[in-house]
Design a binder for this molecule. Structure first.
Ligand SMILES: *Cc1c(COP(=O)(O)O)cnc(C)c1O
Length: 404
């Protein structure tokens, strides 16, 4: 799924390739004797004399380290044609003008998700959530209901949310869904929502902006956890919201100020540094995920194998139309809880841990959390950047050695 280099001396007709874009994303104009990516700015407050003007005043509202990262993510999430990697310098309030979109970073993916939902929904509104999405969504649902918001849910697969869209203020999409890896038709759902004035937010965590750009399909918000493949080292939590228009962005920014769920400068800087290798990590990890899925396909003890990049996966037809990379997560089911536990124990190159998207492979028996509606033997596997000739045999050996 790697973009084919254009071969041209300058940037190709379709603009720079993904590798070029991520290594340069969000960098300020070169300044003699300054670093390429300025270090984290640790500041609770900034010098401010006289009137309250200028970009940086108080650390809950803005920080130059966020500004660079927000600009980088805007470049990657902006719909094609709007992205302008050579964007002019602008302050945090003006991050929109060089990319046509505006990004706000948060302390975690959940902070970003909550910011969109709680800044845009009021008592009496209706929101449509997936019923197979991220495991914290049921808690969010209870909280929304406690505030007098009607919540409808429907499955991601088969575009099930279409059936319950009527009159909703906001549609929340998660595709591919975590952990079931169903995919819905973004264009179809977004067009149907917009035709009746419904806002659309897409959780883009699993795909990353190199895998899919929801704003290309008209979404009003692309929201993600930066904790996963976006930053990819399992060493920080982060979230972001990219907004199509300034009015929406202002509401999300206001929410961030009220709630204060802001990332530390160190996390924001680490995230930006990690972003530069996103295409390398994603290409290697996603290729490993595909190789793993192919190797698991013929195993008798494996059922419900899912990977959107497998040509015969039910998600593949839609995924291949709207995604450019299929992610690093593979899911499958082993016959029993005991077998799944023994399998995880027998892996030597794969850590038993939650989360996904890191350069070190992880896997877990998802049911242990109690949240997801999956079988006891359900495994969510996140392929890392190991050599496939080491990783795949490790998994097959673990299956063989736990066969009885
Ligand atoms: C992990 C995850 C989140 C939450 O992100 P945090 O950074 O853990 O708060 C939201 N959505 C999806 C799809 C996720 O995988």
């Amino acid at each position: 799924m790697t973009d084919v280099p254009t071969g041209a001396g300058a940037v190709g007709a379709g603009g720079p390739g993904d590798g070029t874009r991520v290594v340069r994303a969000g960098l300020p104009e070169p300044v003699n004797h300054e670093p390429t990516l300025p270090g984290p700015v640790f500041a609770a407050h900034f010098h401010l004399s006289g009137d309250v003007t200028g970009p940086y005043k108080y650390g809950r509202d803005e920080n130059p380290t966020w500004t660079h990262l927000e600009r980088a993510i805007s470049e990657l999430e902006a719909p094609h044609g709007l992205s302008a990697p050579d964007g002019q310098e602008s302050g945090p309030e003006g991050s929109a003008d060089s990319h046509g979109v505006e990004t706000l970073v948060f302390a975690s993916g959940m902070a970003a998700i909550s910011a969109v939902l709680f800044s845009h929904l009021r008592a009496g509104d209706t929101v449509v959530l997936p019923n197979d999405g991220y495991q914290v969504l049921p808690l969010v649902r209870e909280q929304l209901q406690a505030y007098g918001i009607e919540v409808r849910t429907a499955p991601t697969g088969g575009d099930g949310q279409l059936a319950v869209l009527d009159g909703a203020r906001l549609l929340w999409i998660e595709t591919p869904s975590n952990p079931g890896l169903d995919v819905c038709d973004l264009r179809r759902l977004i067009d149907a929502a917009h035709a009746q004035g419904t806002l659309v937010a897409v959780d883009n965590t699993l795909a990353t902006p190199l895998g899919q750009r929801p704003l290309d399909f008209g979404a009003d918000f692309s929201v993600a956890s930066g904790t996963k493949q976006l930053t990819g080292h399992g060493d920080l939590l982060l979230g972001y919201v990219t907004c199509r228009d300034a009015e929406r962005a202002a509401a999300v920014r206001r929410w961030r100020k009220i709630v204060g769920a802001i990332p530390g400068p160190m996390e924001a800087w680490l995230a930006h540094r990690s972003l530069a290798t996103l295409h390398l990590r994603a290409d290697r990890q996603n290729a490993n995920a595909l190789a793993l899925a192919e190797a698991l396909r013929d195993r008798p003890e494996v059922t419900d194998l899912r990977y959107p990049g497998l040509p015969d996966d039910p998600s593949h037809p839609i995924a291949s139309r709207q995604m450019r990379r299929f992610g690093c997560v593979v899911s499958f089911t082993l016959p029993t809880r005991a077998r799944a536990e023994r399998f995880l124990e027998a892996l030597t190159l794969v850590d038993d841990a939650t989360s996904f998207g890191g350069v070190r492979s992880t896997a877990e028996r998802r049911r242990r959390w109690g949240g997801d509606n999956v079988p006891e033997g359900f495994i969510r596997f996140s392929a890392g950047a190991e050599d496939p000739q080491d990783l795949i045999p490790d998994v097959l050996n673990a299956l063989n050695s736990t066969a009885n």
